[in-house]
Ligand binder design. Structure first.
Ligand SMILES: Cc1ncc(COP(=O)(O)O)c(C=O)c1O
Length: 467
């Protein structure tokens, strides 16, 4: 198994330079009147490597991107796990255009606008029962910080201000801000940034190749790993612990599906000790696992839930924290003229994002997309699991319309094999993601069987060539 440090998006090895793509950059440069690529410091990217052999996308529609050379690329990852309704959806595009023309911005502090309230009501209606309060942010990272702060302030408001400890999980990804990297469990995202938040601890991850390799759906073994929280309770005492944050399915470290009963057990332990449970549903939200939210797929309701990505179909940055009524109500004490939660962003509930969010929810509802992953799951599972036996494949896992294919790392060069497969697929017209030595697939929820066939066969060819 690769070390946790291998799950960086930015420690990828040097690939062979893709000479075919270099002329495309020149064309793009001519088109934009700029010849330089120096100024843009790219996020989670090997900048120097990328700029030698760029991959430039210029158009998107439905299941596809097109690059600067006019090549059609099948989108196997919904952009970055976010374009769940597929690209260029006219209703969403029009809603954004109309909103920009009607009202570009409205301050969210001590002011409001109707679409913010409408979107919040719509989200509450979709969420698990009781999760009926919605706080808006602009990115998954911001939603995570918001949820962590809410958890701390909730306990303090109830007179349990000793509950300041936050618990994350190894191999968790919760964005890149200080709270998120502190509770996150990815070495490369943490090690350069000093002591991080104090008072944070981690439970063990659930990835267990020895017991669960090639499981279709939820692994049978591993509910007991939730008991690791009891270990931390015994170590720190429950009276010091505010919240536990986990992704229902850990996406960024390679699609780790929760073992059967694991999330239930985590819920029970939290309840027993008065600890809040936060689900980071930035990836699992909006239909990825077969129901609107992972909480519903797995039948466990958290106290707080973070959402982003699919909330606006990736069109306008937006995120949200959904909170149980009891969390919200704990803040609503004292004088009504006092601000209850000293937190918010200039662009919380931005009008363009709200318009995009409402149009996105309409699109999901009209086309039944939030449950479509359940209908496509068997076909998708058969396709990806047919890769068993291909060279260097050591695990395949899936749920709904998300899958991970794990490869044996090249000795002394972790991540290199999967990154090579990613590049090969790109050259063959398929965009997927590599993380560590795992290839992740999470296509838009409009995916058809023919696209699944294409994804699987392209991946198969690339895996064979990487042997
Ligand atoms: C589970 C989870 N939380 C948080 C984030 C961070 O979201 P953002 O990149 O919008 O800040 C991500 C991003 O992939 C994520 O997968």
């Amino acid at each position: 198994m690769p070390s946790p440090g291998a799950f960086a998006c930015n420690n990828t090895p040097e690939p062979a330079v893709n000479k075919a793509i270099a002329p495309a950059l020149l064309q793009a440069a001519e088109a934009t009147g700029s010849l330089g690529m120096d100024a843009y410091w790219m996020p989670f990217t090997a900048n120097r490597q990328f700029k030698r052999a760029p991959r430039l996308l210029v158009r998107a529609e439905g299941m596809h991107y097109w690059d600067v050379d006019g090549r059609q690329i099948l989108d196997g990852v919904a952009g970055l796990w976010c374009v769940n309704a597929g690209h260029g959806r006219p209703r969403i595009v029009k809603a954004i255009q109309d909103q920009a023309a009607e009202m570009d911005f409205a301050p969210p502090f001590q002011m409001g606008h109707p679409k913010a309230f409408e979107l919040a009501e719509r989200l509450a209606a979709l969420a698990p029962a009781g999760m009926n309060k919605v706080f808006f942010a602009n990115s998954g990272s911001e939603a995570v910080e918001t949820a962590l702060k809410m958890a701390l302030a909730y306990h303090r408001a109830r007179g349990e201000g000793t509950r300041t400890r936050l618990i994350g999980r190894e191999r968790g990804y919760h964005g890149v801000n200080f709270g998120g990297i502190s509770v996150g469990g990815i070495v490369t995202n943490r090690k350069a940034f000093g002591p991080l938040l104090g008072g944070v601890d981690h439970i063990r991850h659930t990835h267990d190749l020895a017991r669960n390799a090639y499981t279709v759906g939820q692994p049978a073994q591993g509910a007991d790993l939730a008991d690791d929280l009891e270990r931390l309770v015994a170590l720190h005492d429950a009276s010091t612990i505010a919240a536990v944050i986990v992704e229902p399915v850990a996406g960024s470290t390679g699609v780790l599906i929760p073992p059967q009963g694991y999330l239930q057990r985590l819920r029970e332990i939290c309840d027993r000790h008065g600890i809040l449970l936060i689900f980071d549903e930035v990836i699992t939200g909006f239909g990825r696992t077969g129901k609107p939210f992972g909480a519903q797929t797995f039948g466990v309701t958290p106290d707080l839930m973070t959402l982003a990505k699919g909330l606006t179909n990736g069109c306008v940055p937006m995120a949200a924290v959904l909170a149980q009524q009891k969390i919200h109500d704990a803040f609503m004490t004292g004088s009504e003229s006092l601000i209850e939660f000293f937190h918010g962003y200039t662009y919380s509930a931005h009008p363009l994002a709200c318009a995009a969010g409402i149009a996105t929810l309409d699109t999901y509802a009209e086309e039944g997309l939030l449950t479509r992953a359940a209908a496509m799951a068997d076909y998708f599972a058969q396709g990806v699991h047919s890769l068993k036996g291909e060279p260097n494949v050591i695990d395949i896992r899936n749920i709904g319309l998300v899958a991970g294919v794990e490869l044996t790392p090249i000795e002394g060069a972790p991540t290199k094999r999967a990154f090579g497969v990613f590049l090969d697929c790109w050259q063959q017209g398929l965009m997927l993601r590599s993380t560590g030595d795992i290839l992740a697939l999470s296509p838009p929820l409009i995916v058809e069987r023919s696209h699944i066939d294409q994804m699987v066969e392209t991946l198969r060819g690339a895996i064979r060539r990487a042997a």
